[in-house]
Design a protein around this ligand. Sequence first.
Ligand SMILES: C[S@@+](CC[C@H](N)C(=O)[O-])C[C@H]1O[C@@H](n2cnc3c(N)ncnc32)[C@H](O)[C@@H]1O
Length: 304
Amino acid sequence: MNENQIPHIPVLFNEVIDTFKDLKEGYIIDCTLGYGGHSEGILESNSNIKLICNDQDDEALAFSKKRLEKYKDRVIFNKGNFKDVIDSFKDKNIVGILADIGVSSLQLDKNDRGFGFDGDTLDMRMDQNQHLSANEVVNNYSQNQLEDIFRNYGEVKEYKKVASLIVQNRPFTSSKELAQFLSKNMYKGKLHPATLPFQGIRIEVNNELGVLEELFDKIESANFRGTTVAIISFHSLEDRIVKNYFKKWTQKCICPPQVMRCTCGNNHQKGKVITKKPIIPTPQEIKQNPRSRSSKMRIFKFDS
Ligand SMILES: C[S@@+](CC[C@H](N)C(=O)[O-])C[C@H]1O[C@@H](n2cnc3c(N)ncnc32)[C@H](O)[C@@H]1O
């Protein structure tokens, strides 16, 4: 790849642009800048908007700083985990929040990052400065810990077998070695036998579900008014978190379920869910970019 080639195709691009195109003056926080596709589209389509562009990946930030150079007066770049970005910028006029969670194509395709089946490291860290990596998880976690990860984060049916095979045959030195090992020893269905175990390891390494919940907690406590929140997720574990928070924010009554009469004032609804069903890619988008196939976008708007 040459340095100007864009390594990631943004998913649901037109749908994201439509979501934010009519917003009045203010800032949108792009929690997951990645390679800047969504950010560039938003800057191009809505001149009222300034962006706070956040990512925890140094390579992604360096690339997107160059890509968005011509908009530099309208962009603040921030390196960090998205669980912290709301607190850092909540005093600005935040009219929108976008999170396109998961890994970028560059992370998946670059062998030294160790996310893909051909990786020559066992890394999988989105933030290259963090301590925990896939090497620690695969080679040092106990069999019980591995079972939990494969069951809870990978939804692997044969989670016990995968954990036990890994423990008996480790150490592994690269994701390629681990993927080939799983391919040889596990049943081959529609998915590559390493797909779900890798998902589990990646979620553990980056605490992906924990930080998503923290992001929602931060958004909730910031008491935004009129802000549009759009979240793109890539698997059911993430989508469930998104759905549950949006549902919680529409509830008028927050009394515990066991009370006989409402005493909370019945006025706690924070806004409305804009997408009764999630927005998913068209067959044409999936054909052009197969990695978009599992994406789902849900949108919530806080009351003004
Ligand atoms: C799917 S890509 C985003 C692509 C981007 N929308 C584009 O148009 O190029 C996801 C990005 O989110 C980043 N990311 C994932 N989880 C994160 C987190 N908890 N905090 C900050 N960045 C995160 C990854 O490093 C990756 O660059």
